[in-house]
Design a protein around this ligand. Structure first.
Ligand code: PLP
Length: 458
């Protein structure tokens, strides 16, 4: 490695190799290459330790850096706030937290209360805990179960993994807590029912689970508006209307996990707003502050808030929950500025326009390359499912999917792919550039994909 990088970078690469356990790390990777360390980012461009430049088509790897890298105004907002007051937790508020809660709930008609946390997993855990406490307080211990959907993901903690629909993520981490019940996925391309009204049928499958479990045992259903890492699964027509109808019929709270879609990714503030859903809980994280500071939150209704009013006869009747770093002021300060940027630069409009262009280009790739089986997405949240055979829809072998990602990387374009390990759903490429993307970057991404798909198909 000596001579490859400047001396200080050499030492950093060595420190990383010796001491950092990277997320999703495969040990074999270090046998063939140095760990990659990004040194700098600006807009949608990243530079690594070797000075190589990349166009980031996945917003920080995991749908996060929505307003792009190097935003001085966010850094300044955080700096100013930290110097004024960096932290206080427990039962007192702070200025950016109050201001951001107000600004955020302006975007979520019907939802009025914001509970701060640190990560998407944790925000989801808050909702699961609220459902259980509501069951204790208001349903005589019943209605405590949470439904979740095959292929959805809600986080890394054991509770969130109990609600995980991706076997490859939860295998080897059990046993899990009781009360989390899976409903079928709704991906029409991998249809489970041979019917015309697929959305209606996939939603009816939820009702079947509710009836099997007993409606008086089910408290909530937790769903991604569009399944992200599980396959970029956009819901079929009619799905959400029917899901909502079913939930209202059985008095089941609707929890929408907006950790990926939240704050603009689909061209609406939240993914659920594309489908006319009226949620009881919305959880969000990644795009809230575009990764400039860690922040997540749960947003809920006044009705849910009221269920936790202090009962003079029960000292534990309030929501007795805290996250230490929910008291960090840097998160909401960054989120406030992030929101201002999205508004001032009309990034929702850009997402709709550039998302339409990206989808058109991906459809052209599908027309050209037989290994593209399906193109799905909304706004700047797109997926390309790769197949070995278009007729049978046999998934493209995993090493070949990896080769597409590596081929784009070698050409300086970073794309993503869905969760690995299980055949059938690990073959979707993820494209989710920052909301600031322009047509020249879209062209670069799709031209690169075009070349790489051509090589792999050959
Ligand atoms: N929910 C969804 C839909 C996600 O994609 C993720 C992470 O990728 C999470 C929850 C968990 O968020 P975090 O990693 O911040 O805990």
């Amino acid at each position: 490695m000596d001579g490859m990088y400047p001396n200080d970078i050499c030492a950093t690469v060595e420190a990383d190799r010796a001491h950092v356990w990277h997320h999703l790390f495969q040990h074999a990777a270090l046998e063939t290459q140095d760990p990659r360390i990004f040194l700098e980012g600006k807009g949608m461009t990243l530079w690594d330790q070797a000075g190589r430049e990349y166009l980031d088509a996945v917003s920080g790897g995991v749908w996060t850096v929505n307003v792009g890298y190097g935003r001085e105004s966010i850094a300044n907002a955080v700096r100013d706030q930290l110097l004024k007051l960096n932290f206080f937790a427990s039962n007192a508020g702070n200025v950016p937290a109050a201001q951001f809660a107000q600004r955020l709930t302006e975007k979520t008609p019907g939802l009025t209360r914001v509970f701060y946390a640190n990560s998407g997993s944790e925000a989801n855990e808050k909702a699961f805990k609220m459902v259980r406490q509501i069951a204790h307080k208001h349903h005589g211990g019943k209605k405590w179960k949470v439904l979740y959907r095959e292929r959805d993901y809600h986080g890394t903690s054991i509770g969130a993994l109990a609600a995980c629909g991706q076997q490859e993520r939860y295998d080897q981490f059990g046993p899990f807590p009781d009360g989390f019940v899976q409903v079928p996925h709704c991906l029409e391309y991998r249809a489970q029912w041979d019917v015309e009204e697929y959305g209606q049928r996939a939603a009816d499958a939820i009702e079947e689970v509710i009836l099997r479990e007993g409606p008086d045992t089910v408290g909530s259903i937790c769903l991604e508006p569009i399944t992200a890492g599980g396959g970029v699964i956009t819901p079929p027509q009619g799905y959400w209307e029917r899901v909502q109808e079913i939930c209202r019929k059985y008095d089941i709270l609707i929890h929408i996990d907006e950790v990926v879609c939240g704050l603009g990714r689909t061209g609406q503030w939240f993914g659920y707003q594309n489908y006319g859903i009226k949620p009881d809980f919305v959880t969000c994280a990644k795009g809230l502050a575009s990764g400039y500071a860690a922040i997540s939150c749960l947003i809920t209704t006044e009705e849910v808030f009221d269920k936790f009013r202090t009962d003079p006869g029960d000292k534990l009747s309030h929501f007795r929950d805290i996250s230490t770093f929910g008291g960090c002021t840097g998160g909401p300060a960054a989120a406030l500025e992030n929101l201002r940027i999205i508004e001032e630069e009309a990034l929702l409009d850009n997402t709709l326009a550039m998302g339409a262009l990206l989808m058109d280009r991906l459809q052209e790739l599908k027309d050209k390359h037989a290994i593209v089986g399906d193109v799905r997405g909304k706004g700047l949240f797109c997926g390309l499912e790769l197949v070995a055979d278009r007729t049978t829809r046999e998934p493209l072998a995993e090493p070949l999917v990896d080769a597409v990602v590596a081929g784009c990387d070698a050409e300086g374009v970073i794309i993503g792919r869905t969760a690995r390990a299980l055949p059938g759903f690990n073959n979707t490429l993820c494209l989710s550039p920052a909301l600031i993307v322009g047509s020249s970057e879209i062209t670069r991404i799709t031209e690169t994909l075009d070349r790489v798909l051509g090589k792999i198909a050959a």
